[in-house]
Write a protein that binds this ligand. Structure first.
Ligand code: HEC
Ligand code: HEC
Ligand code: HEC
Ligand code: HEC
Length: 405
C-alpha cells in the first residue's frame, strides 16, 4: 500500500511547521526519502510539567512509521544522552530499542556519545540494528543513489570543509551527497557555501526549525532541532531533493505501542536499580518535613495544604515517575541533602514540595524557634524549580498570589 494517504493525514492533523507540501502526485516510484530526527540528549519523553509539550520517542516512532517506507534512509542524530552515568546508559539502550521500531539505518554520533563507552555503544548498535557513524576519516556511508558523511561536532568550519570535499571526491556518479555536522546554524551556512556540491547539510541546533526552508545554491540546510522534538524529511526524486517537510511532535500525535512498552520498561529499570536512592548528595542539612511545622504555623500550613505543592508527589506517582532521578528533585523536599528526601519508603514525610523546599532545612529551628531563625526568603526560593523549561508561565507576583501565607 502506498504511504501517501497517511502522509496526507499527518500533514492535515499534526503539523504546525509545514515548510513545503509534498510534491504533486505523479512521482516516479524510485523516489526515496531522507528522514532525520534526534539529538535526543536524554529526553526520551517530555517532562509534562507544563502543557502542551512536544517531543518524545513514543510520538516520534508514530510519525516515522507513518511517513517512511523500507527504502528510505532514516538517520538519528546524536547526542543520544545528556551525560555519563547509569541512567544515561539505560536511556541509550531504550533509545536504541526504539530506533529499531523507527527503522533507523544510521546513528550519527556526537563526541559526547563516545563517553558512553564501547560496551554501551555495542548494545546500541545491536539493539537498534543501525550502523554507528563515528566521523572517522574513511567512514563514509553509501547506498542506492546516495553518499553520506558526518562529523562528531568537534571540527572547525575549515576541517569540516576538507572532510566534505573528500566526500565529494569519493563520488562515482551522480549520487546525492549528504553531510551531517555538529556545527551550528551560522557556521553550517558558511560551510555549505564552501562545498556547493552537497545536496543536504544537516546541522546542529536547539532552536525550532525554520518556518522558511533554507537553501544555499542547491544545498538544503536543515536541522530537526534537539531533544527529539521534530522530524525532518526530504524526498529525493529524479536528481534532487524537494524542499524539506518538518513534523512537530505535539500532544495530538499518538504514542507508538511498541515504543510505549519500551518506555514503561525503562521506568521499571530505574525502579529496580533504585537509582533515586543512589542519587549523589551535596549537603547534609537536616530536614524535618511539613507536618512538623504545622503545630506552630497552622495558618501557613492550611494555605500549603490547599496548594498544588502538597500534591506534587501524587502528581509524579500518577505519571509513574516517582523512581526517576530526572524528576524527584523538584517534587520533594531537600533531595540534594543526605538529611533530605532519599526515597519514599525511607522518607515519606519529605515527599511533595514542602515548607522547607522554600524556607530551607528547619530541624534546628523546630528545636529552638526563638534562638534559631529561619532565613528570609523571596523570589529566589522559587527559581530552582520554576525554571523556564518546567514552568514557562512563571511570574513571581502572580504565582505568589496563589500561595501567599
Ligand atoms: C526543575 C524542576 C522540575 C523537574 C526536574 C521536574 N519538574 Fe515537574 N514540575 C515542576 C514545576 C515548577 C511544576 C509546576 C509548573 C507550573 O505550574 O508552572 C511542575 C509540574 C509538573 C506536573 C503537573 C503538570 C500539570 O499540568 O498539572 C507534572 C505531571 C510533572 N511536573 C511531572 C514531572 C516529571 C514526570 C518530571 C521528570 C521527567 C518532572 N516533572 C521534573 C518542576 C520540575
Ligand atoms: C522544590 C521545587 C519547588 C519550589 C522551590 C517552588 N515550587 Fe511551586 N511548584 C512546584 C511543583 C512541582 C509544582 C506542581 C505541583 C503539582 O501540580 O503537582 C508547583 C506548582 C506551583 C503553583 C501552582 C501552579 C498552578 O498552575 O496552579 C504555584 C502557584 C507555585 N508553584 C508557586 C511557587 C512559588 C511562588 C514559589 C516560590 C516562593 C514556588 N512555587 C517554589 C515546585 C516548586
Ligand atoms: C513555595 C515556597 C514556600 C512554601 C512551600 C512555604 N513558604 Fe513560607 N514563605 C515563602 C516566601 C517566599 C515567604 C516570604 C513572602 C514575602 O515576601 O512576604 C514566606 C513567608 C513565610 C512566613 C512569614 C515570615 C517571613 O519569612 O516573611 C512564615 C512564618 C512562613 N512562610 C512559614 C511557612 C510554613 C510553616 C510553610 C509550610 C506549611 C511554608 N511557609 C511554606 C515561601 C514558601
Ligand atoms: C515549636 C514551634 C515551631 C515550630 C515547630 C516551627 N516554628 Fe517556625 N517559628 C516559630 C516561632 C515562635 C517563630 C517566631 C520567631 C521569632 O520571631 O522570634 C517562628 C518563625 C518562623 C519563620 C519566620 C522567620 C523567623 O525565623 O523568624 C519561618 C519562615 C518559620 N518559622 C518557618 C518554619 C518552618 C518551615 C517550620 C517547620 C520546618 C517551622 N517554622 C516550625 C515556631 C515554630
Amino acid at each position: 500500500m502506498s504511504p501517501r494517504p497517511k502522509i496526507a493525514l499527518l500533514l492535515l492533523s499534526a503539523v504546525p511547521f509545514v515548510l513545503a507540501l509534498l510534491g504533486n502526485a505523479t512521482k516516479p516510484d524510485d523516489s526515496w526519502t531522507l528522514v532525520v530526527s534526534g539529538a535526543t540528549k536524554g529526553y526520551l519523553a517530555p517532562c509534562g510539567c507544563t502543557k502542551p509539550m512536544s517531543g518524545g520517542i513514543r510520538r516520534r516512532a508514530s510519525v516515522i512509521q507513518a511517513i517512511s517506507k523500507e527504502s528510505d534512509l532514516v538517520v538519528e542524530l546524536g547526542p543520544m544522552v545528556g551525560g555519563p552515568g547509569r541512567q544515561s546508559e539505560i536511556k541509550a539502550e531504550t533509545l536504541a530499542q526504539s530506533l529499531k521500531t523507527m527503522k533507523t539505518d544510521f546513528v550519527s554520533l556526537q563526541k559526547s556519545d563516545l563517553l558512553l563507552g564501547e560496551g554501551v555503544l555495542d548494545s546500541v548498535s545491536r539493539l537498534s540494528g543501525a550502523q554507528l557513524m563515528r566521523g572517522q576519516a574513511d567512514d563514509f556511508q553509501s547506498g542506492e543513489g546516495w553518499l553520506m558523511a558526518n562529523d562528531l561536532g568537534d571540527l572547525t568550519v575549515e576541517q569540516a570543509v576538507l572532510r566534505a570535499q573528500s566526500l565529494v571526491r569519493s563520488r562515482e556518479s551522480k549520487e546525492a551527497l549528504i553531510y551531517i555536522t555538529g556545527l551550528g546554524k551560522d557556521e553550517a551556512t558558511e560551510f555549505a557555501a564552501k562545498v556547493p556540491e552537497l545536496d543536504v547539510v544537516v546541522y546542529s541546533s536547539s532552536s525550532n526549525p525554520e518556518r522558511q526552508a533554507v537553501q544555499i545554491g542547491k544545498t538544503w540546510l536543515v536541522s530537526p532541532a534537539d531533544e527529539g522534538k521534530f522530524v525532518v524529511s526530504l524526498r529525493f526524486t529524479g536528481d534532487r531533493f524537494e524542499a524539506p517537510v518538518v513534523y512537530g511532535l505535539g500532544p495530538d500525535i499518538h504514542d507508538e505501542k511498541t515504543v510505549a512498552r519500551y518506555y514503561d520498561q525503562y521506568l521499571d529499570r530505574l525502579r529496580v536499580e533504585k537509582l533515586v536512592e543512589k542519587m549523589p548528595k551535596s549537603s547534609s542539612d537536616q530536614y524535618s518535613g511539613t507536618d512538623k511545622c504545622r503545630s506552630c504555623h497552622e495558618p501557613a500550613y492550611k494555605v500549603w495544604e490547599g496548594s498544588k505543592h502538597s500534591q506534587a508527589w501524587a502528581t509524579l506517582k500518577a505519571d509513574k515517575h516517582d523512581a526517576d532521578p530526572d524528576c524527584v528533585s523538584c517534587h520533594t523536599v531537600g533531595n540534594q541533602s543526605s538529611g533530605g528526601f532519599i526515597v519514599e519508603e525511607k522518607t515519606p514525610h519529605l515527599t511533595n514540595v514542602g515548607c522547607e523546599s522554600c524556607h530551607g532545612a528547619g530541624a534546628a529551628h523546630i528545636e529552638a524557634p526563638e534562638r534559631v531563625k529561619m532565613p528570609t526568603v523571596g523570589k529566589d526560593s522559587c527559581t530552582p524549580c520554576h525554571k523556564l523549561n518546567h514552568s514557562p508561565n512563571f511570574r513571581y507576583d502572580e504565582y505568589w498570589e496563589k500561595i501567599k501565607h
